[in-house]
Design a protein around this ligand. Structure first.
Ligand code: BTN
Length: 260
């Protein structure tokens, strides 16, 4: 497909293969998560929809970090209304991480791993990340909306030198960049299956790909930092670690980070 027709190409592929799910496509936008949120809060009544940009001018990562979003990457947000409680919203991130690894594996000769909770690594370098956001209506006890935002470095990215030690892209690692349209479509089709998927199935795959398990990790929380062995990931997505002195702790994503 022609590169300069990004929006038309995405639209034509999605409308043909997923005619029942709206897709909003942008040459550039601040953040597809922001755009998905705007649409979710408007009165148009979309249930689920995809938001895809060729480039983001203010791509966001977890903890308010910037996510480099130049042309050549895939920036996609999936707006949904999952039947979940807030404590289970982490499942959206876990599921998306598995979907992402599967698509990378299907389209390249690479075997990605997952760094708890939302980083996709190849050869120990981050090539993709997931930012899940949402709003839960306490009165109605349901999500007003949830947005799973995914950024994948498909083509060569010129990272600042401090980031090039920890981040990379699929083209640099594999020598070629997967077709962005096929990648987007495969990923979107998998994401749509969240509600029909068994937690135990994707958790099995999440654990299998997890780089932290069995390793000593550095736990970084708001009030302390310590080294511990990561021993398991619970079905609810929490990471179980054993610190020196044999103290077992259950880490909830959002509160801590780990360094391998
Ligand atoms: C992270 O690495 O901490 C998460 C990165 C998530 C980036 C994606 S790109 C599409 C969506 N829009 C954003 O602004 N962020 C997510």
């Amino acid at each position: 497909m022609l590169e300069d027709c990004f929006c038309e190409n995405i639209k034509s592929v999605f409308e043909k293969q997923m005619p029942n799910t709206p897709v909003f496509v942008y040459e550039f936008i601040d953040s597809t998560n922001n755009e998905a949120k705007k649409i979710a809060m408007s009165e148009n009544g979309f249930k689920n929809a995809f938001f895809i940009a060729k480039k983001q001018t203010a791509g966001r990562g977890r903890k308010g970090r910037n996510f480099i979003s130049d042309e050549g990457g895939l920036y996609i947000s999936y707006l949904m209304h999952p039947d979940l409680l807030p404590k289970d919203a982490i499942k959206l991130t876990l599921f998306a991480a598995v979907c992402l690894c599967e698509v990378i594996e299907e389209m390249t000769n690479l075997s990605p791993s997952i760094k708890w909770v939302n980083d996709i690594l190849i050869d120990e370098k981050k090539v993709a990340g997931i930012l899940t956001e949402g709003s839960f209506d306490e009165k109605l006890e349901k999500f007003e909306y949830a947005i799973v935002g995914i950024g994948v470095n498909l083509r060569k990215v010129n990272f600042p030198s401090e980031l090039s030690k920890i981040a990379s892209d699929i083209e640099t690692i594999s020598g070629k960049s997967p077709d962005i349209y096929e990648f987007a479509l495969k990923l979107a089709s998998k994401l749509q299956n969240f509600e029909n998927s068994e937690t135990s199935d994707y958790m099995h795959e999440y654990r299998r790909r997890s780089v932290a398990l069995g390793k000593i990790v550095k736990v970084i929380s708001a009030d302390e930092e310590y080294f511990a062995e990561a021993i398991s990931i619970d079905e609810d997505g929490s990471l179980i670690v054993v610190s020196k002195g044999n103290e077992q702790k259950c880490l909830i994503s959002g509160e801590i980070s780990i360094k391998l």
